[in-house]
Design a protein around this ligand. Structure first.
Ligand SMILES: *[C@@H]1O[C@H](CO)[C@@H](O)[C@H](O)[C@H]1NC(C)=O
Ligand SMILES: *[C@@H]1O[C@H](CO)[C@@H](O)[C@H](O)[C@H]1NC(C)=O
Ligand SMILES: *[C@@H]1O[C@H](CO)[C@@H](O)[C@H](O)[C@H]1NC(C)=O
Ligand SMILES: *[C@@H]1O[C@H](CO)[C@@H](O)[C@H](O)[C@H]1NC(C)=O
Ligand SMILES: *[C@@H]1O[C@H](CO)[C@@H](O)[C@H](O)[C@H]1NC(C)=O
Ligand SMILES: *[C@@H]1O[C@H](CO)[C@@H](O)[C@H](O)[C@H]1NC(C)=O
Ligand SMILES: *[C@@H]1O[C@H](CO)[C@@H](O)[C@H](O)[C@H]1NC(C)=O
Ligand SMILES: *[C@@H]1O[C@H](CO)[C@@H](O)[C@H](O)[C@H]1NC(C)=O
Ligand SMILES: *[C@@H]1O[C@H](CO)[C@@H](O)[C@H](O)[C@H]1NC(C)=O
Ligand SMILES: *[C@@H]1O[C@H](CO)[C@@H](O)[C@H](O)[C@H]1NC(C)=O
Length: 396
C-alpha cells in the first residue's frame, strides 16, 4: 500500500538521519551494509550481542600462570556460560528445541529448529531462542501447528531479515517471519525487517517484519520493527499483549480479527512542519472486504505515539473495521483521525470507533463524519478476549 504522492510530499530525510545516528553493524563479514535504522529500545540489543564462536582466555589469569600454564592459549568455548538448565526436559505434552547463535545447543538458526518439529504435532513445541539477532528468513508452514517461539526479551532476542515487496515479489512475501500454521505463539522476542526505509517515490519498498496467517495465534511481550507495512496481521484470530509495534505507513495491516491489549504503537513516520496538513503515515489498514467478513482490529489500553502526522486507520478495503478503546494518543494523530482511502463510498461501510481514549490525539471534535463515538454497549464486544473467542483457545 502506498500513500498518495501529495501525502508523501513531506517524507524527508528523517529515516536516513536515524540510520546514520543509530547504525548497527552486525557480523560485518556477512552483512557489510546491514544497518539497523531504528531508534530505541532496540539499540539495547546491540549491547547484548555476543561475538560468535569461541574466545581467548584473557590475561587476567596471569597471576595463576604457574598453575594454569597448560590452559594458556587454549581456546575456551563461549558455551561455558551457557546455563545447563536452559532446556527443560520434554514432557508428554511439550517438546523443547533450543536455538543459540553461538552453537551452544542443538540449533543455530530458528528455521532449523522449526524444520525439526514433527508435522501436525499435537504437542506444544517450544523453540527456546537464546539472546541475539538471528539473521534469517523464517517460514512456519501450515503443517507445523503448535509452535512457540520463546525469546529472552524483545530487546535482546530478534529475528531479522530485509526482504522488500520488490525483492520478494510482493509485500505479502516480504515478511522476515511468515507463519501459515495455526496455534502459533511468540513470547519475549522481536520480529524485524531491516530493509532500507522507503524514500518518497520508492516503488516496492514495503517491508513486512512478520506475516501472521494462521488461526489462534498469540504474541506476549513481543517487538515488531519496520517502517511501511511492519505487521501483516493477515488472517485468523490473534492476540497481542504487552507488545511494542513500530512503523510508519499502514504499519498494522491485514484482514485478521485481533485484540491488542496494553501495546505501544510507535509511529516513525516523517515529521511535518507545524501547520502543515500533510499526512505521513497510518497506524492501521484493516482489510475487511465484505460485510460477511467477521474480522477487525481492537486496540484496548494501548498507547499511540512517536513522530509524524498520522491517521489511526485508513480503509484499505471497503468494510475496514477498527476500534480504539481506553487508549492514549499524542498529538501526532491528525484531527480527522481516519481516512476512507479517497473513496467516499467507503464512508457508508467502514466501522471506525473510538471509546474513552485520552491525550491530545483523542480529541474527536474534528473527526471524519463516519467515525463513531462508541457507547458502553457498542464497545463491549471489542474489550476482552471474547472478541477473538479467546476463552476457547487462548492460554496464558
Ligand atoms: C539485504 O541485505 C544484504 C546485505 O546488506 C544486501 O546484499 C541485500 O541486497 C539486501 N536486500 C534487500 C532486498 O535490500
Ligand atoms: C506420560 O506418558 C506415559 C506413557 O503413555 C505414561 O505412562 C505417563 O503416566 C505419562 N505421564 C504423565 C505425567 O502424564
Ligand atoms: C539435542 O537433541 C538431542 C537429540 O534429539 C536431545 O536428546 C537433546 O536433549 C537436545 N539438546 C538440547 C540442548 O536441545
Ligand atoms: C495443536 O494444534 C491443533 C490444530 O491447530 C489444535 O487443535 C490443538 O489444540 C493444538 N494443541 C496444542 C497443545 O496447542
Ligand atoms: C511473482 O509473482 C507473479 C505474479 O503473482 C508470478 O506469476 C511469478 O511466478 C512470481 N515469481 C516468483 C519468482 O515467485
Ligand atoms: C517476558 O519478559 C518479561 C519482562 O522481562 C518477564 O517479566 C516475563 O516473565 C517474560 N515472559 C515470558 C513468557 O517469557
Ligand atoms: C494498561 O496498560 C498499562 C501499560 O501497559 C499497564 O500498566 C496497565 O496494567 C494496563 N491496565 C489494564 C487494566 O490492563
Ligand atoms: C468511559 O467513560 C465514561 C464517561 O466518562 C465512563 O462513565 C465510563 O465508566 C468509562 N468506561 C470505562 C470502561 O472506563
Ligand atoms: C448505544 O448506541 C446504540 C446505537 O446508536 C443505541 O441503540 C443504544 O441505545 C446506545 N446504548 C446506550 C447504553 O447508550
Ligand atoms: C467479555 O465481555 C463480554 C461483553 O461485555 C462479556 O459478555 C464476557 O463475559 C466477557 N468475557 C470475558 C472472558 O471476560
Amino acid at each position: 500500500m502506498k500513500l498518495t504522492s501529495t501525502t508523501l510530499a513531506f517524507l524527508v530525510a528523517i529515516f536516513s538521519v536515524l540510520a546514520s545516528t543509530n547504525v548497527l553493524l552486525i557480523n560485518p563479514k556477512t552483512f557489510p551494509l546491514f544497518s539497523f535504522p531504528f531508534s530505541s529500545p532496540i539499540n539495547k540489543i546491540v549491547a547484548k550481542i555476543i561475538p560468535c564462536g569461541s574466545i581467548h582466555r584473557s590475561h587476567h589469569h596471569h597471576h595463576h600462570h604457574h598453575r594454569r600454564h597448560a590452559d594458556d592459549n587454549k581456546r575456551v568455548s563461549i558455551c561455558d556460560d551457557f546455563p545447563s538448565d536452559f532446556v527443560p526436559p520434554d514432557t508428554n505434552t511439550t517438546s523443547y528445541f533450543c536455538v543459540d547463535r553461538n552453537g551452544c545447543c542443538n540449533f543455530t538458526s530458528v528455521q532449523s529448529a522449526v524444520d525439526a518439529v514433527p508435522i501436525n504435532s499435537l504437542k506444544r513445541n517450544i523453540i527456546l531462542v537464546n539472546s541475539g539477532i538471528y539473521y534469517e528468513k523464517v517460514t512456519v508452514a501450515k503443517a507445523k501447528p503448535n509452535i512457540t517461539f520463546q525469546g529472552q526479551g524483545y530487546t535482546s532476542t530478534a529475528i531479522a531479515w530485509n526482504d522488500t515487496a520488490k525483492s520478494a515479489n510482493g509485500t505479502f512475501y516480504s515478511g522476515s517471519v511468515q507463519v501459515f500454521a495455526s496455534n502459533f505463539v511468540a513470547k519475549n522476542i522481536s520480529f524485524m525487517n531491516v530493509a532500507p526505509i522507503p524514500s518518497p517515490g520508492d516503488v516496492g519498498a514495503q517491508a513486512v517484519a512478520i506475516r501472521v496467517s494462521g488461526d489462534q495465534s498469540a504474541f506476549w511481550g513481543c517487538g515488531f520493527f519496520g517502517a511501511q507495512d511492519t505487521l501483516h496481521d493477515d488472517k485468523g484470530r490473534h492476540y497481542f499483549r504487552d507488545c511494542y509495534i513500530q512503523g510508519s505507513i499502514d504499519f498494522i495491516f491485514g484482514n485478521a480479527k485481533s485484540l491488542y491489549e496494553n501495546c505501544q504503537l510507535i509511529s516513525m513516520a516523517n515529521p511535518v512542519t507545524p501547520g502543515s496538513k500533510a499526512i505521513t503515515g497510518a497506524v492501521t489498514a484493516h482489510g475487511r472486504a465484505s460485510k460477511d467478513d467477521n474480522t477487525g482490529f481492537a486496540f484496548v489500553n494501548c498507547s499511540v505515539g512517536g513522530t509524524g502526522r498520522i491517521w489511526l486507520g485508513r480503509a484499505w478495503r471497503p468494510f475496514s473495521r477498527v476500534v480504539f478503546a481506553l487508549t492514549s494518543m499524542t498529538d501526532i494523530i491528525a484531527p480527522e483521525g481516519w481516512n476512507d482511502f479517497n473513496d467516499p463510498t467507503r464512508d457508508q461501510t467502514v466501522f471506525y470507533g473510538e471509546y474513552n481514549c485520552t491525550g491530545a490525539g483523542a480529541d474527536m471534535t474534528f473527526r471524519a463524519p463516519y467515525v463513531q463515538r462508541l457507547n458502553d454497549t457498542q464497545v463491549s464486544q471489542f474489550l476482552n478476549i471474547s472478541f477473538i473467542d479467546g476463552d476457547q483457545w487462548l492460554q496464558p
